[in-house]
Design a protein around this ligand. Structure first.
Ligand SMILES: [Zn+2]
Length: 232
């Protein structure tokens, strides 16, 4: 008997590639163009999987009865459905401008302590936005006292990427959802071919809230905004 995976080798490989692109999205979350390139790589890799599965399985005797309905069920996912309908769907810079948002504030050991909306532009890195935030704090002592750190908290910026096609879901979450659904379908196919279920836990994934938030140096903030050496 042949290895169950060998029937759908190309689809499995593409699915692993999608996993890698998700890690790229995590790593580049705070650099807009790099994030978008990673997202678009994910989209390009993922959108062909239904077609690859069909090509790899079309001559199997269970194709019409079992595999085809499973492959078609992929279009129930929001992202996969848009990819299917608009074949050349990718995310342009302007699409990120409408709904993406940012916030500044402080974080304590466990999580965000205080946060205020702050216009983090979709074309600027989080580091650039932070430099602007510090400039605002230097000029406005009231904002500094509200939104800046004290001796128990650290300055932070949190941002979130969204596009109008999916107004309710952040793009990294959306991608992980699509990855998981593709994985579920491939897993069911593998089982029907006589193999074991695939691992869909994505345990190597980074905590979404941590990906969205960048914590900055408390010491550097006090020094460059307030002119105070806190560890002197
Ligand atoms: Zn991983």
């Amino acid at each position: 008997m042949s290895c169950p995976h060998s029937h759908i080798e190309a689809a499995l490989d593409r699915w692993s590639e999608c996993h890698w692109h998700i890690h790229q999205m995590e790593a580049n979350y705070h650099t807009p163009d790099l994030f978008r390139y990673s997202l678009n790589s994910f989209i390009r890799a993922a959108k062909e999987i239904p077609q690859i599965l069909s090509i790899e399985l079309q001559n199997h005797r269970a194709y019409q009865s079992d595999f085809k309905p499973l492959i078609n069920s992929l279009h129930s996912n929001a992202l996969l459905s848009v990819m299917h309908k608009k074949r050349d769907f990718i995310v342009h810079r302007g699409m990120l401008e409408v709904l993406s948002k940012g916030a500044v504030g402080t974080t304590e050991g466990r999580g965000i302590k205080i946060s205020f909306p702050f216009p983090v532009a979709p074309y600027e890195s989080t580091q650039e936005a932070y430099e602007r935030f510090k400039e605002v704090c230097r000029k406005d002592k009231f904002i500094r006292s509200l939104a800046g750190p004290d001796c128990d908290s650290w300055p932070m910026i949190r941002r979130e990427w969204k596009v109008p096609d999916f107004p309710d879901m952040e793009l990294l979450e959306l991608s992980v959802d699509a990855w998981r659904l593709v994985g579920e379908v491939i897993s069911q196919i593998v089982v029907k071919l006589g193999g074991e279920k695939l691992d869909l836990s994505f345990s190597c994934r980074h905590e979404p809230e941590k990906v969205r938030t960048v914590k900055f140096s408390q010491e550097e903030f006090f020094k460059t905004v307030d002119g105070i050496e806190i560890n002197a």
